[in-house]
Design a protein around this ligand. Structure first.
Ligand SMILES: [Zn+2]
Length: 462
């Protein structure tokens, strides 16, 4: 493969890819007989992007679901239309899943309303609170068990409403995982060549599902898999890395401190780092105290670090931890932060420049599906630091476009360590833009990706 006229470190160059690597870089390279040629027309050639924190199966499930809440579904008629449209596209018998329902759309729904819209296919629709599922009769026929199952009943008959029973529902519908092909192709179309799945409950079964998805060619990116202690014994394979043991702290329900320290030591003894979900001051204080006590291994991570006041930032630096952040939340959730977060914490929200100035390794991610999966939207948010309505959130934490890009180009195994150099002999893990960097950097959210390669293989574009 020959890439002609790409912008590389500010110069227009031709690159030849061979056996997964960059084999030649020069001006005016002649094409070899039968060689594929792409004319980059001066578009910037960058390292392939990495999303250092997301949840792939949840993302695939969300993208395969009908959005049942406002603004996508404004009223009952709009919701019915959206469900019928999705019903028409699926093969017979396959579940139809809706998310984000709110009673402002069509009131308190039950099986009868759903049956009138989707009579044949099993349908389940999740309330925006995450606490309630609504099932039609075809769905109930598949999950109903006995009078003491958790389904709500009136006069002995299931209403279709199911409260706080996700685990039970999963056991009844077989817990099939969604296919990853569509979401993987979409990520590749945005230049993403590597992903880190940070779900804390990833176990040996999840590992096998990811490995098989890669082998089938359904999952195009290389993948790092965080998860439970069940992965301690795994060593990884080409394209699939074992990641950190993930601890999901909730500040209203913190684990026993000594048990947590023992778990950290056990992960380190298995030659494995640890990663902490920290979205509040309390989470972060607890994680830092545990790491101080149990000891730190290179590569231990703080995920989110959503609120990081100066005294904590100093500790993160002293412990030499890596921070993996989500600048995109400033754009998508900023209004809620300005409303709900105490004023004294607002300067420390999703900090960026503060970490870099202290010399802390900082990497970027989407946390999709909870955040927007588009890395370019996240980079734009890292530069602008503005909410959807244009209000500034801790504006002094803003990055330059180059710093924002660097959040997304470090290797999966060393987040925040900088982009690998694109030179002869380097692995051809590449993202080609339609425009030169000097143009792209001024409108990051509008960046278009022309093509991307993982290990020399074209995974998106032509
Ligand atoms: Zn997450």
């Amino acid at each position: 493969m020959l890439i002609r006229c790409a912008e590389l470190d500010g110069l227009r160059m031709d690159l030849r890819l061979r056996e997964g690597r960059i084999a030649e870089i020069a001006e005016g390279l002649p094409a070899l007989p039968g060689e594929d040629v792409i004319d980059a027309a001066g578009g910037a050639l960058l390292s392939g992007l990495k999303d250092h924190h997301l949840h792939l199966h949840a993302l695939a499930a969300a993208r395969a679901s009908v959005d049942c809440g406002p603004p996508a579904a404004a009223d009952a008629e709009a919701l019915a239309q959206a469900l019928r449209r999705a019903d028409g596209k699926l093969p017979p018998g396959q579940w139809l899943r809706g998310i984000g329902y709110h009673e402002s759309v069509a009131g308190d729904l039950d099986r009868h309303w759903l049956d009138a819209v989707v009579p044949e296919r099993p349908l389940r629709l999740q309330h925006r609170s995450g606490r309630l599922w609504l099932l039609n009769s075809a769905a109930l026929a598949l999950v109903e068990q006995s009078a003491d199952d958790p389904l709500e009943r009136r006069d002995g008959r299931a209403t279709g409403r199911l409260y706080d029973a996700d685990a039970w529902l999963r056991t009844r519908i077989g817990g099939r995982r969604p296919v990853l092909g569509e979401v993987s192709r979409w990520l590749a179309s945005r230049g993403v060549t590597g992903l880190c799945d940070t779900s804390h409950d990833n176990d040996t079964a999840a590992w096998s599902v990811f490995a098989e998805a890669q082998q089938r060619g359904e999952l195009l990116q290389s993948l790092r898999v965080m998860g439970s202690a069940a992965l301690d014994a795994f060593s990884g394979m080409p394209g699939l890395q074992r990641g950190e043991r993930k601890f999901h702290l909730h500040d209203h329900e913190l684990p026993d401190f000594d048990a947590l320290c023992a778990d950290i030591r056990a992960a380190h003894a298995a030659d494995r780092g640890v990663a902490f979900h920290c979205v509040s001051r309390v989470d972060l204080a607890f994680a830092l105290a545990a790491l101080q006590e149990a000891g730190v291994r290179g590569g231990d991570r703080i995920e989110h670090a959503s609120v990081c006041p100066p005294e904590f930032l100093e500790q993160v630096g002293e412990l030499d931890l890596t921070v993996v952040t989500q600048p995109g939340f400033i754009a998508t959730r900023g209004e809620a932060y300005l409303r709900d977060v105490e004023e004294f914490d607002r300067p420390w929200l999703y900090r960026l420049r503060g970490f870099l100035d202290r010399g802390i390794r900082l990497a970027g991610s989407s946390d999709a599906p909870y955040g927007d999966a588009d890395p370019w939207a996240a980079m734009d948010a890292a530069v602008r630091r503005r909410t959807a309505s244009g209000q500034s959130v801790a504006g002094m934490e803003s990055l330059t476009p180059e710093q924002a890009l660097a959040l997304f180009t470090s290797p999966l195994e060393e987040p925040g360590s900088g982009a690998p150099k694109l030179e002869v002999g380097a692995v051809a893990d590449l993202c080609l833009l339609t425009q030169p960097w000097g143009v792209a950097r001024n409108a990051l959210a509008q960046v278009e990706v022309r093509a991307c390669w993982r290990d020399g293989r074209l995974i998106s574009g032509t």
